[in-house]
Design a protein around this ligand. Structure first.
Ligand code: FAD
Ligand code: MLT
Ligand code: ZN
Length: 492
C-alpha cells in the first residue's frame, strides 16, 4: 500500500493485503475494487462513487466497500486505523461541498447497504433506522402511522439519513420542526479506532452529562461513521396547503414575511424565496407547471408559503383572508398569489421550488454558495456578485439567468448560485474570496446548511474565529489522532 501525506499526517492507500482482509469481513458482492490481481469492478463502475453530485469534485478511490451491519463497519474501520488508511464515509452522495468523495484514493465506505428500519413507535413518534436508509423511504415507512419526517429536502429520493445527520441538513421544514440538533435523539457511531459508540437513545430528555451525539451532527464524517439514527418524527398535519406569491420588488419580501407570519401564525410551516431567474430556470427545465403569463408578469421574485394545520376549513379560510388582505391593500406587497386547489397543484408548486437545484445543474456547471446573511441583504448579495462578474468580463450574454438567489428566507439562508459553461480557474478566482469577504462584512456564515466539506475548509476562518478553530482541531485529534476519517475535509 502506497504512502501519501494528508496535512501533517502520513496515510496509506488500500493494497492487496487490505483487500484480502476485507474479503474476510464482507461478502464478495459488497466489495468493488479495481485493484489487481483480481479486480471486481471497472473504473467506470466506481465513477459514480468517486464523482460528486455537481460533477465538480472527482476522487480516485480504487475500492468501495458496502457493509450491511454495524459490526462489519467496526471491523473495517479497526483495520484501517491500524493500517492508517484514510476512509471517506458516503451516503447518497448528494452533498454539495465535495465532502462525500475522496480527495485522493482513500477507501470509500458507502452506507447504502445499511438500509433497515430498526423500530418505530407510533405513540412517541421515535424512529430508529440504519444510517443508509433513504430519507424518502423513511417518510413512506412512517406515513401509514400518520407521522412525517422532521426534515425534507429536494434530494429526498437519494440522500440518506446518516448523510443528513452528518451534514446537519436543514431543508424545507426547518422553520417548523427545527434543526437536527433538536430532533435527533440518539446516534450509533463507529469511532475512528473501530469502537462502537452506542448512544442510540430514544429518550427525549437525558441530562446525564455532555451530549456527545451533538458533536457528530454536522461533523461531515470527520469524527466517525454514523451507523444508526434515532429521530423524533412529527405527527402528520391534518391539512396542508401552499401558495406562491409573486412580488413586484424584492423590497417587499421582509414586510411580507412579517405580515404572513403574523396572519398565519401557528399554521405557517414554510416560507421559501426564489428570484425570477430561479423561477424561469425551474420552469424551463420542466420542474412544476408554469404559472400563467399574467401571474408572473412584472414579478421580480416569488415566495412559496406552506401551511400545515389541524383543520382544513380553518386553514383555507386563513389563506383566503391573507390573499384578500394582501391584494386589497392600498400599496399591495404582491402582484398576485396562486393558491393550490388540489394535491396535484400543491405538489406542482413545491416542484418549482424544489426543482431549482436540478434545473441549475441542467443549465450548466453550478458554483454554489450557501450563505447565512440578513434577509434584507439577499438581493444585494446576488446583485453585487453579478456586477462583480460583469466587471471581470465573466458574464454570459444571458447574464440575468446566470446569477441567481433562492433559499430559506425564514432561516436567513440564501443560496447564491452562479451557472457557468464550465468550471474554470478564472471564475473561481473571481468568486473567492470575494463572496466570503462579502458574507463576513454582514457577519454571516459561509455555510448555512450544506457544510464545509472540501470546498470551504480554507474559508472556515470567515465564520469561525481562531479560538473556535483551535478547539475544533483538538476535538478532531481527540477522536481521530491518526487523521484517517475523511481526511482533508472541514479542517485543513
Ligand atoms: P453524502 O453526500 O453522501 O455525504 C455528505 C457528507 O456526510 C460527507 O462529508 C460524507 O463523508 C458524510 N457522511 C455521509 N454519510 C455519513 C455517515 N453515515 N457517517 C458519517 N459521515 C457521513 N442540504 C440542505 O441542508 N438543505 C437542503 O434543502 C438541501 N437540498 C438539496 C437538494 C438537492 C437537489 C441536492 C442534490 C442536495 C441538497 N442538499 C441540501 C445537500 C445535502 O447536504 C444533502 O442532500 C444531504 O444531507 C446529504 O446526504 P447524503 O446521504 O447524500 O450524504
Ligand atoms: C435547496 O434549498 O434547494 C438546497 O439547499 C439545494 C441548493 O442549494 O442548491
Ligand atoms: Zn437549502
Amino acid at each position: 500500500a502506497r504512502l501519501y501525506s494528508e496535512g501533517v499526517r502520513q496515510l496509506n492507500t488500500v493494497g492487496e493485503e487490505d483487500l484480502a482482509h476485507f474479503a474476510k469481513i464482507l461478502p464478495e458482492s459488497c466489495i468493488l475494487s479495481t485493484l489487481p490481481p483480481k479486480p471486481t469492478a471497472t473504473n467506470d463502475e466506481l465513477a459514480p462513487y468517486n464523482t460528486d453530485w455537481m460533477g465538480k469534485y472527482v476522487g480516485q478511490a480504487s475500492t468501495v466497500l458496502k457493509p450491511k451491519t454495524t459490526q462489519q463497519v467496526s471491523e473495517i474501520v479497526k483495520w484501517c486505523w491500524e493500517r492508517r488508511i484514510g476512509i471517506v464515509p458516503q451516503g447518497g452522495n448528494t452533498g454539495l461541498v465535495g465532502g462525500g468523495v475522496p480527495l485522493k484514493d482513500e477507501l470509500l465506505l458507502n452506507l447504502g447497504g445499511m438500509n433497515k428500519v430498526r423500530s418505530f413507535d407510533p405513540v412517541s413518534g421515535v424512529l430508529v433506522a440504519d444510517a443508509g436508509c433513504i430519507l424518502e423511504a423513511l417518510s413512506e415507512h412512517i406515513a401509514p402511522h400518520h407521522h412525517i419526517m422532521p426534515l425534507d429536502l429536494g434530494a429526498k429520493g437519494s440522500c440518506m439519513i446518516g448523510g443528513n445527520v452528518a451534514t446537519n441538513a436543514g431543508g424545507l421544514r426547518l422553520l417548523r420542526y427545527g434543526s437536527l440538533h433538536g430532533t435527533v435523539l440518539g446516534l450509533e457511531v463507529v469511532l475512528p479506532d473501530g469502537t462502537i459508540l452506542n448512544q442510540l437513545s430514544t429518550l427525549r430528555k437525558d441530562n446525564t452529562g455532555y451530549d456527545l451525539k451533538q458533536l457528530f451532527i454536522g461533523s461531515e464524517g470527520t469524527l466517525g461513521i454514523i451507523t444508526g439514527v434515532s429521530i423524533l418524527t412529527a405527527a402528520e398535519p391534518q391539512a396542508t396547503n401552499n401558495i406562491i406569491l409573486a412580488l413586484p420588488s424584492f423590497d417587499n419580501v421582509q414586510p411580507l414575511y412579517t405580515k404572513v407570519k403574523r396572519h398565519l401564525s401557528e399554521i405557517m410551516s414554510a416560507f421559501e424565496y426564489f428570484d425570477r431567474a430561479s423561477y424561469d430556470l425551474a420552469i424551463k427545465h420542466g420542474h412544476g407547471k408554469a404559472l400563467s403569463a399574467e401571474d408572473v408578469e412584472g414579478a421580480e421574485c416569488f415566495v412559496l408559503v406552506e401551511t400545515s394545520g389541524g383543520k382544513r376549513e380553518h386553514d383555507e379560510q386563513k389563506l383566503d383572508e391573507l390573499l384578500e388582505t394582501l391584494m386589497e391593500a392600498e400599496e399591495p406587497l404582491i402582484n398576485t398569489g396562486v393558491l393550490s386547489s388540489s394535491p396535484a397543484q400543491f405538489a406542482s408548486l413545491w416542484a418549482i421550488r424544489e426543482g431549482i437545484t436540478e434545473s441549475i445543474s441542467k443549465e450548466g456547471k453550478p458554483y454554489k454558495y450557501d450563505l447565512s446573511v440578513p434577509i434584507h441583504a439577499f438581493k444585494d448579495v446576488v446583485d453585487i456578485t453579478r456586477e462583480h462578474l460583469r466587471s471581470k468580463g465573466l458574464l454570459r450574454e444571458d447574464a440575468v439567468k446566470q446569477v441567481m438567489g433562492f433559499g430559506h428566507i425564514g432561516d436567513g439562508n440564501l443560496h447564491l448560485n452562479i451557472v457557468a459553461d464550465r468550471f474554470t480557474p478564472e471564475i473561481q478566482a473571481a468568486l473567492e474570496p470575494f463572496i466570503y469577504e462579502l458574507v463576513a462584512s454582514y457577519k454571516g456564515s459561509v455555510s448555512a446548511e450544506h457544510g464545509v466539506g472540501v470546498m470551504k475548509a480554507h474559508a472556515l476562518h470567515y465564520s469561525k474565529d481562531a479560538t473556535s478553530r483551535a478547539l475544533m482541531k483538538r476535538i478532531k485529534d481527540l477522536f481521530d489522532e491518526r487523521g484517517i476519517m475523511n481526511p482533508g475535509k472541514v479542517l485543513e
